[in-house]
Design a binder for this molecule. Structure first.
Ligand SMILES: *Cc1c(COP(=O)(O)O)cnc(C)c1O
Length: 351
């Protein structure tokens, strides 16, 4: 079957009307990859990676963006706007072009990964670098979009979460059931809110008979939901979750409490380690923020949290090529120079 994209495939679950343009870059339908080696290390029956980096712009943001942009187009808007740590702007820029809309993005100056910035620019978005952090950029966007004819496409826009919840449908469909645990990184907390909404909808429609426990992981330097209060100056190598005052705060807490899950912190060191382990042991290259889910599951495994019979799905939110600078730093000193000679190469390889 040709995959038709989110709007068409999940139409029954989305707030579409006859007038909604069914735009698509064929987002969604991302692979659920069974773990080869980490499963034993974690000590569970099943460990799967939902690789959202395989979406058209390289992150899960495409799922929600396609709905938000389609609805903006339906409403006759001509400009869309967002604040972004990077992936939202890349996705907004691409889908805005697909729908023939203009896109304005506000990014925190100097804190955007190279891959993401290049995407927004290539798609012709107007990029404004705010001399401040994400939370400040979002405040500006909220004001402008509520006072001018400009559509807000941050995850405060409920259509974003409607689209993002479809990832939970795919997890259930491809797994053939409900995982015991769903682990994911938490930044602005839209995604954990959306997954939980998706699972609950399936439950209400009697498509599933149990619900997973949600395991959210924040970076230790940007973990307001763990601390129970906003962080004024969030710091982490994982720029996609460098957020001090999550917009979907209530949704995240509800997901945690209703599912009897948890939201905990992982250090930058644990995040970078997990990123390297995923690349080396599983052949999956993700950006640092995405590795927070795996870092968290590895941490819980060390704490003997799992009993052994569970199935765990780790959401890998974005592709590793988004942030080549961090990846190269992780691999410093691993390229050897050699003369263009068979003898020299054979010598180095020890063949
Ligand atoms: C946006 C993003 C996150 C955080 O998701 P929230 O919905 O803001 O919690 C995590 N990882 C990546 C790669 C992202 O782009």
């Amino acid at each position: 079957m040709r995959w038709p994209g989110i709007l068409e495939y999940f139409a029954d679950y989305l707030p579409l009307t006859k007038k909604t343009p069914l735009i698509t870059l064929h987002e969604g339908n991302t692979p659920l990859i069974p773990s080869s080696r980490l499963r034993q290390k974690v000590g569970v029956k099943g460990l799967f990676f939902k690789f959202e980096g395989m979406n058209p712009t390289g992150s899960f943001k495409d799922r929600g963006m396609v709905v938000a942009i389609a609805k903006a187009k339906e409403d006759g808007k001509e400009i869309v706007m967002c604040a972004s740590t990077g992936n939202t702007s890349a996705s907004a820029a691409a889908y805005a072009r697909k729908a023939g809309l203009n896109c304005v993005v506000l990014i925190p100056q100097g804190k955007i990964a190279l891959g993401k910035l290049s995407q927004a620019l290539m798609h012709g978005a107007q990029v404004l670098a705010v001399q401040g952090n994400f939370d400040q950029a979002l405040e500006v966007v909220r004001f402008i979009t509520s006072h001018y004819p400009v559509a807000l496409v941050n995850s405060l826009n409920p259509y974003r979460l409607e689209g993002q919840k479809t990832a939970s449908f795919e997890v259930v469909e491809w797994l053939g059931g409900v995982p015991d645990f769903l682990a994911l990184p938490v930044g602005n907390a839209g995604n954990i809110t959306a997954y939980w909404k998706g699972f609950k909808e399936l439950y209400t429609r009697k498509k599933i008979t149990s619900l997973p426990k949600m395991l959210g992981f924040q970076a230790a330097g940007a973990c307001p939901l763990v601390l129970g209060k906003p962080v004024a100056n969030p710091q982490t190598v994982a720029t996609a979750i460098r957020i001090g005052n999550p917009a979907s705060w209530q949704g995240a807490i509800a997901a945690k409490e209703e599912s009897q899950g948890l939201i905990e912190a992982v250090t930058d060191e644990e995040i970078l380690q997990a990123q390297k382990i995923l690349a080396e042991e599983e052949g999956i290259f993700v950006e640092p923020a995405s590795a927070a889910s795996v870092a968290g599951v590895l941490k819980k495994a060390r704490e003997a949290f799992f009993r052994g019979m569970e199935t765990v799905v780790c959401v890998l939110t974005g592709h590793g090529l988004k942030d080549p600078d961090i990846a190269m730093k992780q691999c410093e000193g691993s390229i050897e120079e050699v003369a263009p000679s068979v003898e020299e190469v054979v010598k180095i390889l020890g063949l």
